[in-house]
Design a protein around this ligand. Structure first.
Ligand code: ZN
Length: 191
C-alpha cells in the first residue's frame, strides 16, 4: 500500500466532476490497490472520509470511517465503508448545520448546511449494490464526501461565513456549542 498525496484547495482536481466507474474497471487489481491506498491515506491523515479526487484520481469513489478520531471527537462511530458511484436521495427537507473540516482545506472549519436524513445508493468495492439510510452527523459526512465527487467543497455549503474558523479557534470558541447540538442529533437516533 502507498500513502497518496492529498490535494489542497486551489488544485483543479478538487473542482473536477469525477467520472463513474464500470464494474470491469472496479474489478482490476490496479483499482483494488487504489482503494487500499485511499483507505490507508484516510487513516494516516485521521480523516473521517476521503474522496478519490482528493488524492488526484477524479473517479466516483470515496471511503468513510468514523472511529475514535482526534480530528472529530463528536462524530458517532461508523465502520469502514467504500462507496463506488454513490448517489444521495434526501429523505426529507430538514437540514442541520454541520461544523465541518476537510483534509483538502487545511486549518479551516465552518458550518455547512446538510440534509438530516438521506438514503445512499452505491456499489461496494466488489461491485455489489449497497444501500443504506443515514442520519445526523454521519449523514453530514456522507454528503461531504459525495460532494467532493461533484467538485464541491464544504465551503460551498457554508451559508454564514462568520462561522469560518481555524481549528484552534474552533476548539476555543465553538466546540462546546457544536458538541451539544451534535449530542442532541446523535441521541435522536440512539447511535
Ligand atoms: Zn473533504
Amino acid at each position: 500500500m502507498t500513502l497518496r498525496k492529498i490535494a489542497t484547495i486551489g488544485h483543479p482536481v478538487l473542482r473536477t466532476l469525477a467520472r463513474e466507474l464500470t464494474r470491469d474497471e472496479l474489478a482490476t487489481p490496479t483499482m483494488q490497490a487504489f482503494l487500499d491506498d485511499l483507505v490507508e491515506t484516510m487513516r494516516d491523515a485521521n480523516g473521517a472520509g476521503l474522496a478519490a479526487n482528493q488524492i488526484h484520481a477524479p473517479i466516483r469513489v470515496c471511503a468513510i470511517e468514523q472511529k475514535k478520531n482526534p480530528r472529530y471527537p463528536e462524530k458517532p462511530e461508523f465502520p469502514l465503508t467504500i462507496l463506488v458511484n454513490p448517489v444521495i436521495e434526501p429523505l426529507s427537507d430538514e437540514t442541520f448545520l454541520n461544523y465541518e473540516g476537510c483534509l483538502s482545506v487545511p486549518d479551516l472549519r465552518g458550518e455547512a448546511e446538510r440534509f438530516l436524513e438521506i438514503r445512499v445508493h452505491a456499489w461496494d468495492r466488489d461491485g455489489a449494490p449497497w444501500e443504506r439510510e443515514i442520519r445526523g452527523l454521519t449523514a453530514g459526512t456522507f454528503q461531504h464526501e459525495i460532494d467532493h465527487l461533484d467538485g464541491k467543497l464544504f465551503l460551498d455549503r457554508v451559508k454564514d461565513t462568520r462561522s469560518l474558523c481555524t481549528w484552534k479557534e474552533f476548539e476555543r470558541w465553538h466546540v462546546a456549542g457544536f458538541t451539544l447540538r451534535a449530542k442532541e442529533l446523535v441521541a435522536r437516533w440512539g447511535a
